[in-house]
Design a protein around this ligand. Structure first.
Ligand SMILES: NC(=O)c1ccc[n+]([C@@H]2O[C@H](COP(=O)([O-])OP(=O)(O)OC[C@H]3O[C@@H](n4cnc5c(N)ncnc54)[C@H](OP(=O)(O)O)[C@@H]3O)[C@@H](O)[C@H]2O)c1
Length: 325
């Protein structure tokens, strides 16, 4: 088969669409002929040599895909050759074929095109596991989503709104109209405005009950300042650095919680439980059109280097898909 190969750690130019050995489905896995995959920010880090795949995962890039099952490994029940699926992956999506543990497979939701379905597994699993499982967002609460225009952010805005929360999001101004249309009630241009002041203003000083953070260190103090009493801050990205100073006095005065999670390195059982939760709780919202895949554009996978340049520039809104013919 062909896969995107990283010749050496570096810029987008190190990516090439090359012949590699086919993967074989092990026990409890299926082989998927990939129709599309999506670019995630983590792929840029892996390409640069900063985010190696967890032990046992494919060496190729790609944390999600959609496609058609072409073979079943030993002991697989409930899935059939020819079935259209999408999948959460620990790696290997940037390829013509990938072996997937059945616990990470999802049916393509009704009403979603097979290619577009590649935009869903990673963001749905990440956002649902953090906003619902970890932070227990409830109807009537305020959710602050940092990076509202990202793949993660566009999904989090829609899920928060569908769950009955008031969603506030940070993003550069050019993206605000798109994010309002997805359900964000208030938008903050983080380049021009102080998000703590804005959150206080739009919540009548109450603050945000839940914050989904992708910045890490650079936002830690301000995120705690923006939390409501009993608020929950969940950090899933460290674009602003990994080591910050936490004022425990400020946190305990708020009775706040700070949590952080990474999806890719979770054990198979945890990923399977998350994927089950997504299927039970999120897929019905997708099928009812309360949540849609937000796709900036589709590009042929042979143009993966250009897709990485686009995501690096942050000029996209939502997901950039790579299609495989
Ligand atoms: N822990 C996990 O399991 C997990 C899983 C998936 C993703 N993630 C993380 O989630 C984040 C989003 O991933 P993605 O693939 O969806 O990324 P993406 O589409 O590449 O988006 C990155 C976003 O960062 C935003 N941003 C940059 N500086 C910002 C700032 N100072 N304040 C607010 N937003 C800022 C950009 O907003 P503008 O374009 O508006 O400037 C852009 O929308 C990444 O950090 C990624 O590593 C974590």
């Amino acid at each position: 088969m062909r896969a995107i190969v990283v010749s050496e750690p570096g810029g987008p130019e190190v990516l090439s669409w090359s012949e590699v050995p086919d993967p074989q489905p092990g026990p409890g896995e299926v082989l998927v002929d990939v129709r599309a995959t999506a670019v995630n920010r983590a792929d840029l880090l892996q390409r640069q040599g900063h985010y190696p795949p967890p032990p046992g995962a494919s060496e190729y890039l790609g944390l999600e895909c959609s496609g058609v099952i072409s073979a079943l490994g030993a002991g697989v029940d409930g899935w059939a050759v020819g079935q259209q699926v999408c999948a959460l992956l620990a790696g290997g999506g940037y390829a013509e074929r990938v072996a997937v543990p059945v616990g990470q497979l999802l049916p393509v939701p009704d009403g979603v095109d097979l290619v577009d379905a590649a935009a869903l597994p990673e963001v749905a699993s990440t956002v649902w596991s953090n906003v619902v499982q970890v932070a227990r967002l409830a109807a009537g609460e305020t959710l602050l989503v940092h990076g509202g225009g990202s793949g993660i952010g566009t999904f989090a805005i829609q899920l928060g709104a569908a769950l009955g929360a008031t969603v506030v999001a940070t993003a550069r101004a050019a993206k605000h109209d798109r994010l309002r249309a997805l359900g964000a009630a208030h938008l903050i241009d983080y380049r021009e405005q102080d998000f703590v002041e804005e959150v206080r203003r739009v919540t009548s000083d109450a603050g945000a009950d839940v914050i989904l953070d992708i910045m890490g260190a650079s936002y830690l103090g301000r995120n705690v300042a923006a939390l409501a009493y009993d608020g929950r801050l969940v950090t899933i990205g460290m674009q602003g650095g990994r080591k910050g100073e936490l004022d425990l006095g400020a946190l305990l005065a708020k009775r706040g919680t700070v949590a952080a999670t990474a999806l890719r390195s979770r054990p198979l059982e945890q990923k399977s439980a998350i994927v089950r939760g997504v299927r039970e709780q999120v897929w019905p919202l997708v099928e009812a059109c309360r949540i849609r895949p937000v796709i900036d554009r589709r590009m042929p996978i042979s143009e993966a280097a250009d897709a990485h340049r686009l995501v690096e520039s942050s000029d996209h809104v939502g997901k950039v898909l790579l299609t495989v013919d």
